[in-house]
Design a protein. Structure first.
Length: 145
């Protein structure tokens, strides 16, 4: 196994994150149903839903381009390094693995966190299920050692 594991989030531009897509779909269905009952027309309801989806996608894309948010992660045998980039500011955090008390990963929505013994929570974001699996195997191996 490699001496370190690293990844960048987002690796590519996503239109929606998984959890975000779930809520966008739920709201689109709600808008469709309300518009259908309010205006008694399928075409009107479809029109309102399309306008909502277009506005949401356009605003979401614009905000992501403007903020330029990125996360860089590097996990070694000794520590976890996280670099947060937002706008043009970079904030770096380095946590020794011996200070990690607990971790939780969500393979469905590709996220999780690492909790230190001092109570500090470090959020984790992944691009794929394979990244989550690699992180979990690497972390468990080096937390026991």
């Amino acid at each position: 196994m490699a001496a370190s594991l690293s990844w960048k989030f987002p690796k590519k531009e996503f239109l929606f994150l998984r959890i975000e897509a779930l809520f966008v779909i739920a709201l689109a269905v709600l808008i469709y149903v309300v518009a259908l009952y309010q205006f008694d027309g399928i075409l009107t309801a479809i029109g309102f839903t399309i306008v909502y989806l277009a506005l949401y996608a356009g605003l979401s894309y614009g905000i992501r381009k403007w903020r330029k948010a990125e996360e860089h992660y590097k996990l070694t045998k000794k520590h976890l390094e996280i670099s947060h980039r937002k706008f043009d500011k970079v904030k770096k955090e380095k946590t020794p693995l011996k200070d990690v008390a607990h971790h939780k990963l969500d393979k469905t929505f590709l996220g999780g966190y690492v909790m230190t013994r001092k109570g500090k929570k470090h959020l984790l974001f992944f691009n794929s299920k394979q990244e989550v699996d690699k992180f979990e195997v690497f972390l468990k191996k080096h937390l026991k050692g």
